[in-house]
Design a protein around this ligand. Structure first.
Ligand code: PAF
Length: 281
C-alpha cells in the first residue's frame, strides 16, 4: 500500500493513474476508522480500479478546540486496517502540508450549510468544503464516497461539486449501525459504558418517529414531540435538535407529504452524536 504525505506526491501518482485510464475511487476520512469507513472502502472498491483513503483531522472544521484535541488518532491501526482491506493508497498529509503559513483561501458555502449542524457548529461546513476541495484536487478522484450519517455534509458536497464544476461522482452510502441501532461514529469511542448505553436513545428517537409515522401521524410538530419525549427519558442525554426536513433543500417541512429526512443531534456527556433516517409517504 502506498502512503503519500504531500499534495504534490499525491497528485503526481493520481495523474499517472489517470494517464493509465484507471478509475480512482476516493474515501475521505479523519481516521479512527470503523466498520462504517470500511463499508465506504468496500463500496469504492466495487466500482473503481484503485482506491485512495485520506486520513486527515481537519482543524478548519472544528469549532471547539477540545473536540479537535480529543479527536481519536490511532494512526498505526488505521494504516493496518487500510492495508488489510486492500486499499491502494493512503493520503495522510500533515497539517503544514495542507495549511502552510499564509494559507488564506476558503470555500464559501451557502444556504444548505446554515441550518442544523451549521447552526450548532459555526464555520464547520466552510472548513469541510475547503478541505474536501483540497483533497479532491490532490487525489483527482472519479468518484468519492461519503456516509449518509453526515447527511447535511453529503448534501453540501453534492451541491459544491455541481456549483464548482468538479467532475466527480459523489456517492452517498447507507449508515452502518451497531446491532442495537447506534450509528457508527469515531466519536462513539469517547463514550463511557454508561454513556454508550444512554446513546441508544438516538436511534430509539428516530425509530419512535418511524413507528408514529406508520400509525398515520404526519404532522412534523407531533412527530418531533414524540422523539423529544424519548430523549427526555434518558437523564444522560440532551437533545440539541430534532427536525424533519426536505432532503434537497434541508428546509423544515410542516408535514410528511413527500420524502423527508429526520435529522437529530444529541449530546451525551461532552460527546455530540448525530443521526438521520429517510421517511417517505
Ligand atoms: O466526514 C468526515 O470524516 C470529514 O468531514 C471529511 C469529509 C473527511 C472532511 O474532513
Amino acid at each position: 500500500m502506498l502512503i503519500f504525505e504531500s499534495p504534490s506526491a499525491m497528485t503526481a501518482w493520481s495523474s499517472t493513474q489517470r494517464s493509465d485510464h484507471k478509475t480512482i475511487g476516493f474515501v475521505p476520512t479523519m481516521g479512527a476508522l470503523h466498520d462504517g469507513h470500511l463499508m465506504l472502502i468496500h463500496e469504492a472498491q466495487q466500482v473503481s480500479d484503485v482506491v485512495v483513503v485520506s486520513i486527515f483531522v481537519n482543524p478548519l472544521q472544528f469549532n471547539r478546540r477540545d473536540d479537535f484535541e480529543h479527536y481519536p488518532r490511532p494512526a498505526a491501526l488505521d494504516l493496518e486496517r487500510c492495508r488489510e482491506r486492500g486499499v491502494t493508497a493512503v493520503y495522510a498529509p500533515t497539517a503544514d502540508a495542507m495549511y502552510p503559513g499564509g494559507f488564506d483561501t476558503h470555500i464559501e458555502v451557502g444556504q444548505l450549510a446554515q441550518p442544523l449542524e451549521g447552526a450548532g457548529r459555526p464555520g464547520h461546513f466552510r472548513g469541510v468544503a475547503t478541505v474536501v476541495t483540497k483533497l479532491f484536487n490532490a487525489v483527482q478522484p472519479h468518484a468519492a464516497f461519503f456516509g449518509e450519517k453526515d447527511f447535511q455534509q453529503l448534501t453540501v458536497i453534492k451541491r459544491m461539486v455541481i456549483d464548482l464544476d468538479m467532475p466527480i461522482n459523489i456517492v452517498g452510502c447507507v449508515t452502518t449501525r451497531e446491532p442495537d441501532g447506534l450509528a457508527l461514529s469515531s466519536r462513539n469511542a469517547r463514550l463511557s459504558t454508561t454513556q454508550r448505553d444512554a446513546a441508544i436513545v438516538v436511534p430509539e428517537a428516530l425509530a419512535a418517529i418511524c413507528a408514529a409515522h406508520e400509525r398515520g401521524i404526519t404532522l412534523s410538530r407531533e412527530l418531533r414531540d414524540i422523539a423529544t419525549h424519548v430523549v427526555r427519558q434518558e437523564p444522560l442525554a440532551r437533545l440539541e435538535y430534532i427536525d424533519i426536513v426536505d432532503p434537497h433543500t434541508l428546509h423544515q417541512v410542516d408535514a410528511v407529504n413527500a420524502e423527508v429526512r429526520v435529522v437529530i443531534a444529541v449530546w451525551v456527556g461532552d460527546v455530540r452524536l448525530i443521526d438521520n433516517i429517510a421517511l417517505s409517504v
